[in-house]
Design a protein around this ligand. Structure first.
Ligand code: SF4
Ligand code: SF4
Length: 360
């Protein structure tokens, strides 16, 4: 049995299998030798290698939480069209890898006839990465897939058509622990809690370890309460992160009115034209209004529309804001600038812009 044919479980069952054993032959042959790529139509990338070989990648939008039936269907489609080769991008799009141009159109027709959209390349909105939300996690301040579905329905035309100035990466994290990497997205949707946890003294001593609960708080807001065999929360110091609730289920903090959504803009990971940028606060709070979150959808669409109408070609959201200035951005979008936009974290002084040109 060759190295490549060995099943990955033959060596270990820890960690992911070695990706080199699953590369499509065309990628294996041209590994590290790709010269450039083009996007001939939305949803199709063509990578050309030094050897002249071309790899056609067809990008298909996909949900993040999927069923085994769906995965089996994709695997069957891969067997039918791409010799079994398929991959998922970091934004959970499915990408079909082909070495023959004539196979591209039949694949796209097959995908679209099943209701799977092709797009998300170049200056478009690609799939929205998100976290677990109410489906799975225990600390979410908002839902994940429900909000994302509502937003994506409203911006879906930008997935199919490359009609924006540049890529717009939208992300959602349902609490500020940020499994969703919302710190570096063009538009970030972030669930926030606004109330501290409430200690359930009855249960706490029985189901939680007090020292590790105290130690879990990054701001030192928890101290032991030996009298009640529980803990005391200093609400002034609490930043509503939910860390303590992860440690101790007797410190619940979910609240229908207090929890909601904030929007952040202008982050990016790319090094092109400008160094990577962090997302900055745009809208401090929007209520949780399932099942369709109209306030959040409206606010995201507004930010996207103003960007699409005013940014220059190739200019990412953060680059555009930096060029026009935050003051103008707030007035163009009609978003109110409030005291919540001012960073009052203890160590924020180190990051303040303190020149005479300081605006906000
Ligand atoms: Fe859980 Fe927070 Fe991650 Fe959402 S972002 S899945 S609430 S830890
Ligand atoms: Fe500390 Fe976070 Fe718990 Fe507040 S929510 S008490 S900041 S761990």
């Amino acid at each position: 049995m060759s190295e490549k044919e060995k099943p990955y479980y033959a060596e270990t069952d820890i960690g992911p299998p070695d990706f080199r054993k699953m590369l499509p032959p065309i990628i294996e042959r041209n590994y590290g030798k790709w010269k450039y790529h083009e996007i001939p139509r939305p949803g199709v990338l063509v990578h050309t290698s030094e050897s002249g070989e071309k790899l056609y990648s067809v990008r298909m939008g996909s949900g993040r939480l999927v069923s085994t039936d769906y995965i089996r269907e994709l695997a069957d489609l891969a067997d039918k069209h791409t010799d079994g080769y398929l991959r998922f991008t970091s934004r959970h799009n499915a990408e079909w890898l082909l070495d023959d141009e004539s196979k591209v159109e039949p694949l796209i027709k097959d995908l679209e006839s099943r209701g799977y959209p092709v797009g998300g390349t170049g200056p478009s909105v690609t799939s929205i990465v998100h976290t677990q939300g109410w489906i799975h996690c225990h600390t979410p301040a908002t839902d994940a897939s429900g909000v994302v579905k509502s937003v994506m329905d409203a911006v879906f035309d930008h997935f199919r058509n490359m009609d924006l100035p540049a890529q717009v990466r939208i992300s959602l994290a349902c609490c500020l622990n940020m499994c969703g990497a919302v710190h570096c997205s063009d538009i970030a949707i972030l669930g926030i809690h606004r109330l501290p946890p409430i200690a359930d003294h009855e249960k706490l001593g029985k189901i939680c370890e007090v020292p590790s609960t105290v130690g879990s708080c990054p701001t030192g807001a928890i101290r032991p309460d030996p009298k009640n065999k529980s803990v005391i929360i200093n609400e002034e110091k609490c930043m509503y992160c939910g860390n303590c609730f992860t440690m101790c289920p007797a410190l619940p903090m979910l609240d229908a009115e207090g929890d909601g959504i904030s929007l952040w803009v202008g982050g990016k990971v790319s090094n092109a034209r400008h160094a990577p940028m962090f997302s900055r606060l745009a809208v401090p709070f929007l209520p949780n209004t399932p099942p369709r979150w109209p306030e959040t959808v409206e606010a995201v669409v507004n930010i996207l529309d103003v960007y699409a109408a005013n940014a220059r070609k190739h200019e990412r959201m953060g680059e555009w804001i930096e060029r026009i200035g935050w003051e103008k951005w707030f007035s163009m979008t009609g978003i109110e600038f409030t005291d919540k936009h001012i960073d009052d974290y203890t160590l924020a002084v180190d990051t303040f812009r303190m020149s005479t040109q300081f605006k906000w």
